[in-house]
Structure formats: C-alpha cells, structure tokens
Ligand binder design. Structure first.
Ligand SMILES: NC(=O)CC[C@H](N)C(=O)O
Length: 392
C-alpha cells in the first residue's frame, strides 16, 4: 500500500508527523491507548471503541493479518488507528486478508510511523483527550480547530448507535439448560459464545428492549453487555435493570453492564484519567481473595461511596465491591445480595470473555450459570409446596 504523509494532532496542540495507514482521509475521536501485545482484530471490532482513536503500544501491528473467526462484530468500530510499525506481510495460516486491507476497505483512517511510546506517555500524563488524524492535509492549525470542535466522550450516549436493530438468538452448544436475555449495548461475539458453551440459549435484544421483551424470552437470567460512551448518559437501560432487580431475576453485567448496575443501585460513574485498556491488568476477587490477570477496556468507572469494605444498602438488596483493580484500586466488580445473603446480581468492569486475553476470569460465566440453576431449583421447590386450600 502506498503511503502519504499524515499528521496526528492532539487537542492540547501536541503534533506527530507520520505516514498514512489504512484509508486516506481525516478523522477525529478520543485518543486512548491499548497495551495489548496481541488481539488487534478483536480490539478493532469491539463496538465499545466507537468514537475512539486507538493507539497501540505494541510496536509491530498486523503480523498475523485478519481472519473470519476472531471478529467481535461484523465491522471495525474505532474512529482511527495509530501504529508504530505496520507489518509488511501477514503471516498466519489463519489469515484470510491483511489488516491494512480491512482498514482501507472499511474507510478507517490511521497513521503509522510515529513514536507511539511518546504519544502514550503524553496521554498517560495529561489524560485521554480528543485527537485528529489527517492524511489529506498537512495543515496542523486547521486540524486542531476541527479537533477542538469535536464532541467529547463525557456525556456521549452511544449504546443505541452500535446495538443490534433486531433481536437474534445464539443457540446453546449441546443440550440447552438455560435461557438468557442479553441486552446488546455493544456486545462482543465472544460473550454469548461463552454462555452458549455452558448450555445457555442467548436471546440478544436491542439496547432499547423493554421489560416485556425481556420477559417474553422466558429468560432464567438477564445479561447487560459492554458498550461505548459515557455510562452517565445512558438512562433507558438503567430503568430496565431496576425492573429486573425488582423481579429478582438473576443478573450478570460486563463492563458497561457493570456501570449500568452501579447506576441502577444509585451509584455514580466518573471518567478515569486515561482508562484501562489491555490484557494484563491485575484484579482481586474480594469474595475469594484470588488475584486474576484480566482483559480491560474502560474509560469510566463506578464511584463507591466511602470505604470499599462498607456495603451500600439499596431497595434491591445490599451492594458491595466484589472486585478491585490492584494497580489503582478502581472498582472492578459489584454484587447484590438479599437479607439472607443470597446472591441476586453481579457484574465486572473487565472482560471475562477474554478475547483477546488470559482466561483467568472465565469462572464468572460459571458463577452466572450456577446462580440461574440454583434460582430455578429454589423456584421449583417453592412452587411444588402444597399451598393452603389446594386439593391434591
Ligand atoms: N468496554 C466497555 O463496556 C466500556 C464501557 C464505557 N464505555 C467505558 O469506557 O468505560
């Protein structure tokens, strides 16, 4: 692919000169960095990255090309892509095309040949900020003006922009044991897959799903996915979740789903300085004291009122912090229990589906499965008890 000169301009004026990568053009978004050494295909096709320009800290990107199995959705969502040194050839037996062909075909504007280490350090010190890339003009001042006029990520309600238009079903692998209604706020393909592998039939519903739609699936549990944007700006999903909690339907949420649970419980979310994006973040499960290495992609987090050890009482049950990031003490998981101490709902801020990433956190899908099976057993036992006046 022929390369033309390209510029990258941050909203504080810092400028980098490089060469075009992917499509030629101009783009703006929020500059964020990902530290994953692998998994670029999964990152690019993760809908949570809508409106974000992703800077890869791994210096060499594209080595294994792109294949049809690792797509997390059917398109690339990032607003722009920044790499140090693009691979000249794709070499993997699984590759069906090169990364750069995909970027160009889908109109994703990127830049290569810049000092991504310096750019990352800048973002780490100053925080995530808006950025522009252009490979059609070298006018830095004009691009800076465009960047400053672009909307910021704070306040952006984006889940509806990436969600499925129509419901669809991911069938259980093998015998079907359970049904889950999964609200798609930007879902990644691997998530329903991890449930299907456990005998769960997953009904994926649009972001604006109603309680009636959820109930109509006959679900044993409700799941809220990851997704783009500012969790404080998404409100419909929060009230749906409050209804689900009121029904005592087992609930599991991932990433944006964790932020939605936080908000449903009356907690606030806030923007992190530069977020967590990568596949080697240490998290402690405070319910077992085990440490796991996990995949992250979040720019916002749930604010816990007061001490992390103190539960927060809500109309739905007693909420507590189940997981915490060992790098910076950010809340990475929540759980809600009833007065008897039984688990009702839980969520994590990171990605147990681990695509890409270590599989340390897969147990969370088992925890959800167990929660639903136990609830069903309880309901069956309760339902079979003879009630007064019933003739048998
Ligand atoms: N992957 C996600 O679900 C991200 C959630 C949210 N958009 C954030 O940046 O924090």
């Amino acid at each position: 692919m022929t390369r033309t000169p390209a510029i990258l301009v941050l909203e504080d004026g810092r400028t980098f000169h490089g060469e075009s990568y992917g499509a030629l053009g101009e783009t703006v978004g929020e500059a964020v960095f990902s530290t994953g050494m692998t998994g670029y295909q999964e990152t690019l096709t993760d809908p949570s990255y809508r409106r974000q320009v992703v800077v890869m800290t791994a210096p060499h990107v594209g080595n294994t090309g792109v294949n049809s199995e690792d797509q997390e959705s059917d398109r690339i969502w990032v607003a722009g892509y920044v790499v140090r040194d693009p691979a000249r050839v794709a070499s993997s037996w699984r590759a069906t095309r090169t990364l750069e062909d995909d970027l160009a075909e889908q109109g994703i504007v990127g830049i290569s040949g810049i000092d991504t280490r310096a750019l990352t350090r800048h973002l780490r010190e100053r925080g995530a900020m808006r950025v522009g890339i252009s490979s059609v003009s070298e006018d830095v001042d004009a691009l800076l003006a465009t960047v400053k006029a672009a909307p910021s990520m704070a306040g952006a309600d984006l889940a509806g922009e990436v969600s499925t238009a129509e419901p669809y079903v991911v069938p259980a692998v093998g015998d079907k044991r359970l049904t889950v209604a999964a609200v798609d706020l930007g879902i990644k393909a691997m998530t329903p897959q991890r449930m299907a592998e456990r005998g769960i039939e997953v009904h994926v519903l649009p972001a604006d799903a109603t309680l009636d739609q959820v109930r109509a699936t006959g679900a044993d549990g409700v799941f809220f996915s990851n997704g783009p944007g500012d969790p404080a700006a998404t409100t419909e999903a929060v009230s749906l979740l409050q209804d689900v909690l009121r029904d005592r339907t087992p609930f599991f949420g991932i990433c944006f789903g964790n932020q939605m649970l936080g908000r449903a419980l009356g907690l606030e979310t806030y923007k992190l300085k530069y977020g967590h994006r990568g596949i080697n973040q240490p998290v402690m499960d405070r319910t077992t004291s085990k440490v796991e290495i996990t995949a992250h992609n979040h720019g916002f987090a749930v604010a816990w009122p007061g001490d992390l050890d103190t539960p927060h009482e809500t109309p739905y049950g007693s909420a507590s912090v189940s997981h915490v990031c060992l790098n910076d003490d950010v809340v990475e998981g929540l759980e809600v229990r009833d007065g008897e101490g039984d688990l009702l709902a839980f969520s994590v801020q990171y990605h147990p589906e681990a695509a890409a990433g270590p599989h340390d956190a897969e147990y969370l899908f088992d925890r959800f499965t167990t929660l639903m099976l136990e609830r069903r057993d309880d309901d069956t036992t309760a339902g079979s008890e003879p009630t007064e006046g019933t003739v048998h």
